[in-house]
Write a protein that binds this ligand. Structure first.
Ligand code: FAD
Length: 293
């Protein structure tokens, strides 16, 4: 991606505007992302994008949807296979193994886990899922007694040329209800290289490193009384070079696993609305397929 973007916008705009924006939004180096994906994302961000959020967090969406249908949670799905009479789902719940035969199943697992749970994928489906890749990431959350006056923005991105071990900082206290009144809540995303280096480090060491790195920026030295560190083995799907073409081929495939549809942000874009869109598509696919029977 950068060669193309560098040619169009020049070195400085790439390093000090586009690369930080892309890296802090998608927790990736721009070199690791597809050009098509980055251009689409830049169009989205520059085309009247405004920050919106669910009060109390993104879980509000799934909790609200779950109120409308019977939901069984806490089940670890072991396999999903198409049988002559339906889609067989084997799962473990309360340390007992059970199974259910459904008319059809929407597989809404992270894409990288699909091949191990769905053993009967078509060869083309398996080849696609083997290429779905996720970013491994670490985020440190810092709760501050007061929201820092130096941060009137929601997001701050750090240009990599400055050698800061963070992609960016989100000031979550701007989201209503995310932090106690007047308090500051920041989340700092470590760069991929730093996340790799500190993956096994104690939380306190990660927080200390984040605070030290921020002290080198205009944000200054912070003294958060409460902190938390989250590590995600599969944080966000990474739309790598060549992925959009593979995705287009997958979406238009004719040889499909019967009675199965797939949903997840890796099929549309790495954010909640995209995951929802993929779920609505999957439901439509299943409804059409069952209608034809
Ligand atoms: C730190 C962070 C911040 C984010 N912030 C935002 C944001 O501000 N705005 C935004 O729009 N998006 C945000 N996102 C992205 C958003 O969370 C995702 O795009 C969205 O959750 C993807 O939904 P999904 O259904 O595709 O996958 P997931 O939400 O990952 O759901 C997949 C589910 O499958 C479950 N699962 C896995 N294996 C099994 C199994 N064997 N059996 C049963 N269940 C299984 C997992 O536990 C998980 O619950 C953020 C993501 C992260 C990590």
């Amino acid at each position: 991606m950068p060669t193309y973007l560098r040619r169009i916008v020049g070195e400085d705009a790439l390093e000090y505007l586009f690369a930080p924006l892309v890296s802090s939004t998608f927790d990736s180096e721009p070199e690791d992302l597809s050009g098509v994906f980055v251009l689409l994302a830049l169009r989205l961000l520059s085309d009247g994008f405004t920050l919106q959020w669910f009060e109390g967090g993104n879980g509000l969406l799934t909790r609200t949807l779950a109120q409308r249908v019977p939901v069984r949670s806490g089940a670890n799905v072991l396999s999903i296979e198409t049988e002559p009479d339906g889609a067989k789902v084997r799962y473990r719940s309360a340390s007992r193994e059970r199974s259910v035969i459904a008319d059809a199943a929407v597989v809404a697992l992270p894409g990288s886990l699909v091949p191990q749970v769905c053993p009967k994928l078509t060869p083309a489906e398996r080849a696609f899922f083997d290429e779905v890749h996720y970013v491994r990431g670490v985020i440190a959350f810092l709760l501050l007694e007061r929201a820092p006056a130096a941060l009137p923005y929601y997001g701050v991105s750090f240009p990599r040329r400055e050698g800061i071990d963070l992609y960016g900082l989100a000031a979550d206290h701007h989201k209503q209800g995310a932090a106690p009144p007047g308090a500051g809540l920041l989340n700092a995303a470590l760069t991929a290289r730093t996340a790799e280096r500190l993956w096994e480090a104690p939380d306190a060491a990660v927080v200390q490193h984040v605070v030290d790195e921020l002290a080198r920026t205009p944000v200054g030295r912070l003294a958060p009384p409460q902190t938390a560190v989250h590590r995600w083995e599969a944080m966000l799907p990474q739309f790598r070079v060549g992925y959009t073409a593979r995705l287009a081929a997958f979406l238009s495939r004719t040889d499909r696993s019967p009675r199965l549809a797939f949903a997840g942000d890796y099929l549309v874009g790495p954010y909640t609305e995209a995951a929802l869109t993929s779920g609505m598509r999957a439901a439509t696919e299943i409804a059409r397929a069952l209608d034809k029977r």
